[in-house]
Ligand binder design. Structure first.
Ligand SMILES: Cc1cc2nc3c(=O)[nH]c(=O)nc-3n(C[C@H](O)[C@H](O)[C@H](O)COP(=O)(O)O)c2cc1C
Length: 184
């Protein structure tokens, strides 16, 4: 079973995180970390509490639990995804502050050369946002913005969400049927 960390932070678009979680949960070991603002966005946008994620093969952590196993380099993972990734969390990961569990787990993923995917949701970007993301890209992070495409004639918000989640699953090397291959 593959092992992934999913971190949910206080940016709009927590539906992406729920969908990724729902697709991965039956087939992977998941470690879910939710920032305080991420929890608020889950409530605001989906009326969801963190207990939703308490399912088989899943461990849910408070972001303050800095001594959790996922904060250690000796805890092997197949990848970590921060989604949605707030500009605040991105800035702190770029600075290497490691003060919360999300920041520390991302810092560990970087130092261990594990796959780290950040899914920012902000518009427009400031120069500071762009510089932070460039710095992270240069350190080996994959910046995968929550930018759904429209060429597959989406019929619903769920289709738009699936487009972004499909791109994340591709990067995690997880097979899926969320989107059809593009046929011109
Ligand atoms: C309703 C609401 C929506 C927000 N949406 C975004 C967003 O889309 N992108 C972003 O970078 N920050 C957004 N923020 C701001 C972050 O939540 C804020 O910077 C917070 O400190 C991030 O904390 P965290 O990264 O620890 O979750 C939003 C805040 C609120 C209250």
């Amino acid at each position: 079973m593959k092992r992934f960390i999913i971190a949910i932070t206080g940016a709009s678009g927590v539906c992406y995180a729920k969908r990724l979680f729902d697709v991965l949960q039956p087939q992977a070991e998941l470690h879910v970390i939710i920032s305080e603002r991420g929890g608020e966005l889950l409530k605001l946008e989906l009326d969801l509490a963190s207990k939703y994620f308490a399912k088989e093969n899943v461990t849910v952590y408070r972001n303050s639990k800095i001594n959790a196993s996922v904060a250690s380099g000796s805890f092997p993972i197949d990848g970590m995804v921060v989604l949605p990734a707030s500009m605040g969390t991105i800035g702190r990961i770029a600075a290497g502050t490691s003060e919360s569990l999300i920041e520390r787990a991302a810092d560990v993923a970087l130092k261990e050369r594990n796959k780290l995917i950040l899914v920012p949701r902000e518009t427009p970007f400031s120069q500071i946002h762009l510089k932070n993301m460039l710095r992270l890209d240069q350190a080996g992070v994959l910046i995968l913005p929550a930018n759904p495409a429209f060429y597959q004639n989406p019929q619903s918000v769920d289709d738009l969400v699936d487009f972004v989640v499909a791109r994340i699953l591709d990067q995690l090397d997880v097979d899926h049927d969320l989107t059809e291959p593009y046929k011109p």
